[in-house]
Write a protein that binds this ligand. Structure first.
Ligand code: SF4
Length: 223
């Protein structure tokens, strides 16, 4: 099985951008353009709360790891899990042993998100990428994780299906290919553009409807 070099790892956090819009991912991760809007600022505040540095807390039969760094050599990705819960489950088929701890534990990642559950697949895909990293690092299998939404303050259970595991492999291969080719896709306007944090940089309507040189020339001629 293929193994990526560490310097070629891509950020797991980019998967949500890529699934939302490939151009958005390329603008952020290839061209390093970023623009805060209300949505990203809210998201950062929430992540800052979840991310007070790596911590380990024991609550009854549960060990809670916050800000745990994860990676997959086979996928060539790395990132940080908001929360990974290790829940005592001595009889679980996929339970693992933890150094210095008695018993065996099931592994459950929890990803924190602002707002409500989305119609798109981007949050699920990011969580599933984290699952694949944890499985590779801990030699286990994880059947589900949770997405926690800030608006509803509820956890949503996400079952990890074979189809979505395959989908993540396909997505990450595509991302590596685009990264290697330094390819930024052209604008493809959609309703998602209205909620896009890069709308002002990408100017999707302008680029969709007009030739940019002609637009600039028309503007100059008007003065
Ligand atoms: S404005 Fe639209 S096309 Fe441009 S990056 Fe955002 S979602 Fe993609």
């Amino acid at each position: 099985m293929k193994e990526y070099k560490e310097e070629d790892y891509l950020m797991i956090s980019g998967i949500q951008h890529y699934v939302f819009c490939k151009r958005q991912w390329a603008l952020i991760h290839l061209e390093h353009q970023w623009e805060d809007n209300l949505r990203t600022v809210e998201g950062n505040i929430m992540h800052d709360r979840a991310h007070d540095g790596p911590t380990l807390e024991t609550r009854g039969d549960k060990i809670i790891s916050r800000e745990m760094r994860v990676f997959s050599k086979h996928l060539g990705i790395t990132g940080v899990c908001d929360v990974v819960e290790f829940v005592r489950d001595d009889l679980g088929d996929n339970s693992i042993m933890l150094f210095g701890k008695e018993g065996k534990f099931g592994v459950i990642p929890v990803e924190y998100k602002k707002g409500e559950s989305k119609s798109g697949n981007e949050d699920r895909m990011q969580l599933i990428a984290q699952v694949l990293c944890l499985e590779e690092m801990l030699s286990t299998q994880i059947d589900y994780g949770y997405l926690y939404y800030g608006t509803t303050k509820r956890r949503e259970k996400v079952a990890i299906t074979t189809e979505e595991r395959n989908e993540i492999h396909r997505i990450v291969e595509d991302m590596h290919r685009m990264f290697e080719n330094k390819h930024t896709p052209k604008v493809k306007w959609s309703k998602a553009c209205n909620a896009c944090s890069l709308n002002n940089l990408c100017v999707p309507k302008l680029l969709k409807n007009r030739n940019v040189s002609k637009y600039i020339w028309d503007k100059v001629s008007e003065e």
